[in-house]
Design a binder for this molecule. Structure first.
Ligand code: CP
Ligand code: NVA
Length: 310
């Protein structure tokens, strides 16, 4: 019997056990000397409406290393540009491919696509979430702090500094699902949307996650991980002036870092704008962690694809 397909559109599509499993398998895959070609004969489609370096390339490399085929479906060349419906596109691509990975502006687009697709659909970033990014981030934290179990991961204070964007939303969700100690620090007017915060707080009640939203920089104290992302996400370029003004106090720099725990690590999903959300000196000091985090995207994508389509 054909197994029912599983999508990853949001962190909430994964249980805490599934998150742990995908990360642990990625850690094992990273240690493998030789590929076992687990995705031989499998093809995935990559539909990217926005630019991408890490996600696009690491998904493609992950498939190639497992002997599968990544197909970069240039959106400009698909019939969708001439008005073909999402319904027809999803139905037809499901007949050719084993999974579809989508980066798009509107989260509702990927939801609609997944509704009609009979193969797994994976969110490679929307205006709402960036779920696989967060799995690679967690993997990096687990490696850096030599975490053996969820109980120990829950002891770390993880602080996201900046804009409550797609990346922060996925962090909020993962903190809730895994029961983490999580601070979202940034200017008041750029906090999480009420419905997303309420959803996270509801889940947090069942997992005993400690989620705090704050605009007080002093709350950074006790942090073991400081995470940041750009102040202006793709598609928000018109808001540049007001965003620079609102976020200037929230740069991840030496002063902010001095308030955190002594061995606090800094992570950034990249691309970074040095001198804005992160100072150049902190970026230089922490690049050993940040580039490891970028590498982990490859292992997580491999692990997730094996989990979804093998
Ligand atoms: N972090 C991330 O998703 O990077 P890209 O936009 O380069 O894929
Ligand atoms: N928040 C950023 C993340 C880039 C990977 C954006 O959406 O542009």
């Amino acid at each position: 019997m054909k197994k029912t397909k599983k999508d990853i559109l949001s962190i909430y599509d994964l249980s805490s056990a599934e998150i742990w499993k995908i990360i642990q398998s990625a850690i094992s895959l990273k240690k493998e000397k030789k590929s076992k070609f687990r995705l031989k004969g499998k093809s995935i489609g990559l539909i990217f409406e926005k630019p991408s370096t890490r996600t696009m390339v690491s998904f493609s490399a992950a498939m190639a290393q497992e002997d599968g085929t990544p197909l970069n479906l240039d959106v400009k060349k698909l019939q969708t540009t001439r008005g073909e419906s999402v319904y027809d596109t999803a139905k037809v691509l499901s007949r050719y491919l084993d999974a579809v990975v989508i980066r798009c502006f509107k989260h509702s687009y990927i939801e609609e696509f997944a509704k009609y697709s009979s193969v797994p659909v994976v969110n490679a970033l929307t205006d709402k979430e960036h779920p696989l990014q967060i799995l690679a981030d967690l993997m990096t934290i687990i490696e850096k702090y030599k975490i053996k179990n969820l109980k120990d991961l829950r002891k770390l204070k993880i602080s996201f500094v900046g804009d409550a964007n797609n990346v922060a939303n996925s962090w909020l969700a993962v903190a809730a699902v895994l029961g983490l100690d999580f601070l979202l620090l940034g200017p008041k007017n750029y906090g999480p949307k009420k419905e997303l915060l309420n959803e996270a707080l509801k889940v947090a009640k069942t997992t005993k996650a400690n989620i705090k939203i704050s605009s007080d920089i002093e709350d950074i104290k006790g942090s073991d991980v400081i995470y940041t992302d750009v102040w202006i996400s793709m598609g928000e370029e018109k808001e540049s002036v007001q965003r620079h003004k609102a976020f200037s106090k929230y740069q991840v720099n030496k002063t902010l870092l001095s308030k955190a725990n002594k061995n606090c690590i800094v992570l950034h999903c990249l691309p970074a704008v040095r001198g804005e959300e992160i100072s150049a000196d902190v970026m230089a000091e922490q690049e050993v962690n940040i580039f490891e985090q970028a590498e982990n995207r490859l292992h997580i994508h491999k692990s997730a694809m094996i989990y979804l389509i093998k």
